[in-house]
Design a protein around this ligand. Sequence first.
Ligand SMILES: *Cc1c(COP(=O)(O)O)cnc(C)c1O
Length: 348
Amino acid sequence: MLSLHVDRDRWWAHLRSVVDAHPGVVPVVKGNGYGLGIGCLAEVSGQLGADLVAVGTYAEVPHVEKSFAGDILVLSPWRPSETRATYDARLVHTVGRLSDLQELTAGGDRGASERPRVVLELLTSMRRHGFTPQGLRAAARHLEGVAVEGFALHLPISHGSHLSEMARLLDDLVASGIGTRRVFVSHLTHDELGTLRASYADFDFRPRIGTSLWLGDRGALRVRATVLDDHEVRRGDVFGYRGRTAPRRGHIVVVSGGTAHGIGLEAPSGGATIRDRAARVARGSLDAAGFVRSPFTVAGKQRLFAEPPHMQVSMLFLPEGTPVPPVGTEVDVQVRFTVSTFDRLVFS
Ligand SMILES: *Cc1c(COP(=O)(O)O)cnc(C)c1O
């Protein structure tokens, strides 16, 4: 079993601190739910007092509807190919093209209470989705059929300041003549948001936060893999799908966690430099024999894969002398949470 252990008190304290520091935060609960699962994050969002959560796609909406009572913002822009009903009292669409806006409102004479709720996205330096400034001004003439909830800006995760780009974008929003002053933003720092709130007091900034909310305190999260089996091998013994031979005495240890969980060949933090590697090759060590470093830690060291990870388990090679963790115990694994799936969540 590949388990994600959550230190509940520590994790919760972190979540609270982010929510307190970012009034109006819109928790983002998309994809694999940052490793914790969309349903779990939706439920926690409600417990944190959020009135709105953001999902990535329409396919994710059903995963949130039952575990969260508030409104649901879909970050991917609405497209005419979307089959879900355009009006839903809890659903907020993102629109970034004039033709989509026209299609969305083409349904005919709905009552005023049944106008689809939308946020209008403006293209940023990301150049992913959204209206150009001219496009937004054109859109301003086609808003009768929708209820505009705000604007959306998706900024890059840049190293420099976002403030000059934000000033330009906010000018464009004002110039569009569209009345709303609510702006959903991402990837602004706490200080940048503070500066913007001070300089644009008439705007209501709503930060969308995923990673730094759910995964902002990595120490609250620990991933552990169950040791499933252990086989002593001598030099030359054959093992694995590929009929490899053991380069020396040791143990083949089988642990939970394979490609289906998101375990890849490369250890995520990659610490080894080319120089380290050259030194190891010179010493004739195991990775010189073609073994690749795994993300599994045994006896304080990241161990080598005996062969590439299987679908649900991995085979590790432990050279003779390494303490072998008993079957049924757990070992630590380093993962990238946004690409990982766990067999269970353990809150303690
Ligand atoms: C994913 C996403 C976010 C959240 O990003 P994090 O880096 O996880 O905080 C915010 N806004 C949009 C539009 C996104 O797609």
